[in-house]
Ligand binder design. Structure first.
Ligand SMILES: [Fe+2]
Length: 460
């Protein structure tokens, strides 16, 4: 008996997804491994979620796949469906987001048992897929579930930082010494014109060839379809804005001067009494930054990218500096294009896959930003450094659907297309296999507990 090409590609797909499943599920548990039992259930702010909730919620997502597609699957617990649903109206009633830390049940032990149950069921389900008619649909849902879990791994890092910060026993690797003695400064001058924005498909853009890369085998619906936009000539900072740059803004009374701020931002500055980015502390007149490794003077980290700033703070700095933030199209063009080249690259450094020599992502194990200039091998053709990794970069672009957008999963991305800003490029907490140059992250303008920084742009 012969195996048809489509059957063969489905089997390959299933075994690749199975391997990815094991890897992603294991890493979530590695992130929470240093936690004590009490750490799992606390909610330190309305915007964060207890670690116990993340490990249950990511399992709940797969349980919805089992419910819909595995014949005869029985729900593990109706109570868990209520507690671990995040925001999906379509999946029924759920606990309010702000109340996730008000319950001690299910316990951590029960949540881990639920997780193990879902894993057993999912692996058996994946192994039986060749007998199913809906294998392709299921495999793409499982891939979505794994990308979803990688998003939650990053959220876990944010939330554990908010919960414990330097009390968390992070398995920190030594920082790479910047391999380049060249200072990264100045702005790249980039020519305008028509640009293909977004994740490409065969008929829509010249981005087809990069899709053989594993990070490009998948894209969220919000990155599609690729479409042409027109850009004016512009300039973009070659380096991320650093703590040293930001200290100058603070010392110049940036947080006390309304003229740099949007009205909404100025209200937040005054209401929340912001004087510096989140995790900055004033000790005897000196600004200090607390991170996973301890408390450090901001001056000693002057050459590291500033992080934990809101869109308001990034915009205020840019105005103070006589610049502006880039649009997401300006960011993506600087990351993927070469001067006068037609064909865009998958990543700033070209079409090679992501690795720790090119970008500071979760697998690098730094648990921190790296100094500006640490990854010369990762720079773009225009000489912009650290576009992938280190910090998510704020853009001025509103998070709205691209023209021609089609939702591929209800309530996942489509219902958030209002009142949020796009961030690009991933952070030191983003898994390597999860990032693309076309990836659109999004947060509200006031949020800053995520790993967010920026670089500035200017009109030519
Ligand atoms: Fe989620």
């Amino acid at each position: 008996m012969t195996t048809s090409a489509s059957e063969l590609s489905m089997i390959t797909g299933a075994s690749a997804i199975r391997a990815l499943y094991l890897q992603v599920r294991a890493r979530t548990m590695q992130i929470v491994a240093p936690l004590e039992i009490e750490d799992y259930v606390i909610q330190t702010a309305e915007f964060m979620s207890p670690p116990r909730w993340h490990i249950g919620h990511t399992s709940w997502f797969f349980e919805t796949v089992l419910q819909a597609h595995r014949p005869g699957y029985k729900v593990y617990s109706e109570d868990y469906l209520f507690y671990f649903n995040s925001y999906y109206e379509g999946f029924g009633a759920r606990i309010e987001r702000t109340k996730r830390g008000t319950k001690s049940r299910p316990t951590v032990r029960e949540t881990v048992a639920y997780r193990n149950h879902v894993d057993e069921q999912m692996l058996a389900f994946l192994d039986s897929l060749d007998e199913q008619h809906s294998a392709e649909t299921v495999l793409s849902l499982v891939r979505l579930g794994l990308e979803h879990e990688m998003q939650h791994q990053e959220l876990l890092v944010y939330d554990i930082k908010h919960l414990l910060c330097d009390e968390y026993d992070a398995p920190v690797q030594p920082q790479p010494a910047p391999a380049s003695s060249v200072k990264v400064e100045g702005m790249a001058e980039i020519e305008g014109g028509l640009f293909w924005l977004g994740y490409g498909s065969k008929d829509q853009s010249p981005k087809t060839k990069v899709q053989s890369l594993s990070n490009y085998e998948f894209a969220f619906d919000n990155e599609k379809p690729a479409h042409q936009v027109f850009l004016q000539d512009y300039a973009l900072d070659r380096a991320l804005v650093s703590n040293g740059d930001f200290l100058e803004f603070i010392r110049d009374q940036g947080y006390q001067n309304f003229r740099w701020w949007f009205s909404e931002g100025w209200e937040v500055v005054n209401r929340e009494k912001w004087l510096a980015p989140l995790y900055w502390e004033l000790h005897d007149g000196e600004w200090m930054i607390r991170d996973f490794t301890g408390l450090h003077s901001a001056a000693s980290k002057a050459n590291e990218p500033v992080c934990h700033v809101s869109y308001y703070e990034a915009s205020a700095f840019a105005k103070w500096a006589g610049k502006r933030l880039p649009t997401e199209a300006e960011w993506e063009k600087a990351a993927t294009s070469e001067p006068n080249a037609v064909e865009p690259k998958a990543f700033p450094w070209g079409d090679d896959e992501v690795d720790s020599a090119k970008a500071n992502l979760l697998e690098s194990g730094l648990w921190s930003v790296a100094a500006v200039g640490s990854f010369p091998a990762g720079q773009s053709a225009y000489g912009c450094h650290q576009m992938i990794g280190d910090v998510w970069e704020w853009t001025t672009s509103d998070y709205v659907p691209y023209p021609g957008f089609k939702s591929e999963f209800d309530e996942y991305n489509d219902k958030w297309f209002v009142n949020q800003k796009v961030l690009r490029g991933g952070s030191f907490a983003t898994p390597q296999g999860h990032i693309r140059s076309t990836y659109r992250n999004f947060f509200h303008a006031h949020e800053r507990w995520m790993i967010s920084g920026f670089r500035c742009a200017k009109d030519a």
